[in-house]
Design a protein around this ligand. Structure first.
Ligand code: NAD
Length: 260
């Protein structure tokens, strides 16, 4: 359904971004994978996810903590492919500390990568989408764009900011065939999260199921992780014709967390 569409997904050599990329390639899109590294394995990953799929993929290095690099990523794709149809702002990092101890450099990096990068890429993508007469902007926010948790001040601030910016961009593009929305995942089973399970099992002396249900997913009413595949499916839905009038809103994929 996305044949002929070019999609940029920031921060997509692992986790949710990679999961979204796999779904979009399956739907026929040309996907640009991105991270700040430029390793052989990054490029190999693009080849791997496109193998045998209707779509295609390539990898482009750009550091999302650098505004000019964000802009150059979008400009480069627009120049090389003549279009940027889908922009998925997904790159993100986390740091956990009490507000009075929160390191300034961690604060600034989180705001830069999790929020400012979406401003820079969107600023460059909107004119291209207008010119080409179609566009989908999807910001991977978080349940922390809607709710708070202690010790996550920078992350919660950045994610609330991204949700707010999504609404403004939706209004500014409301009369164009462009939509802008935020996906708000709860806890998603990524390799990073998976890796925490054995340590947590040991720390609490619990089996895997109990750790997942009682410790990790304590605030997620479904007591199940969302999957990267499900976030990818949500992104694909937002790219579909059925979602053409969905703009300026959030879609929670959080097992009921934000209902509380
Ligand atoms: P992850 O660590 O697997 O992925 C983060 C991605 O961002 C990686 O590809 C990483 O290389 C990239 N990245 C980091 N710094 C970058 C930089 N300076 N420039 C370019 N790329 C950079 O984590 P994830 O869980 O897949 O997170 C993806 C997004 O989903 C983040 O915005 C995160 O806040 C959000 N999210 C995750 C969860 C969860 O439970 N995993 C829940 C809600 C929201």
């Amino acid at each position: 359904a996305l044949a002929g569409k070019t999609a940029i997904i920031t921060g997509s050599n692992s986790g949710i971004g990679l999961g979204i990329a796999e779904v979009l390639v399956r739907e026929g899109a040309h996907v640009i994978l991105n991270s700040f590294t430029d390793r052989e394995e990054d490029h190999a990953l693009a080849a791997k996810i496109a193998d045998g799929q209707p779509g295609s993929a390539e990898y482009r290095q750009a550091d999302m903590s650098d505004g000019d690099a964000c802009r150059a990523l979008v400009d480069g794709v627009a120049k090389d492919r003549g279009t940027v149809d889908i922009l998925i702002n997904n790159a993100g990092i986390q740091h956990v500390a009490a507000i009075e101890e929160f390191p300034q450099d961690s604060w600034n990096r989180i705001i830069a990568i999790n929020m400012n990068s979406a401003y820079h890429t969107t600023a460059r993508a909107v004119p291209v989408m207008r010119e080409n007469g179609w566009g989908r902007i999807i910001n991977v926010a978080s349940v922390h764009g809607l709710r708070a948790s202690p010790f996550k001040s920078a992350y919660v601030a950045a994610k609330h900011g991204v949700v707010g910016m999504s609404k403004v961009v939706a209004l500014e593009t409301a009369e164009d065939p462009i939509t802008c929305n935020a996906i708000c995942p709860g806890y998603v089973l990524t390799p990073l999260v998976e890796a925490q399970i054995p340590d947590t099992m040991e720390k609490y002396g619990m089996d895997r199921d109990t750790v997942v249900r009682e410790v990790m997913l304590q605030r997620q009413p479904s007591r199940e992780f969302a999957t990267t595949e499900q976030i990818g499916g949500t992104a694909a839905f937002l790219c579909s014709d059925a979602a053409a009038q969905i703009t300026g809103t959030t879609i929670s994929v959080d097992g009921g967390w934000s209902a509380m």
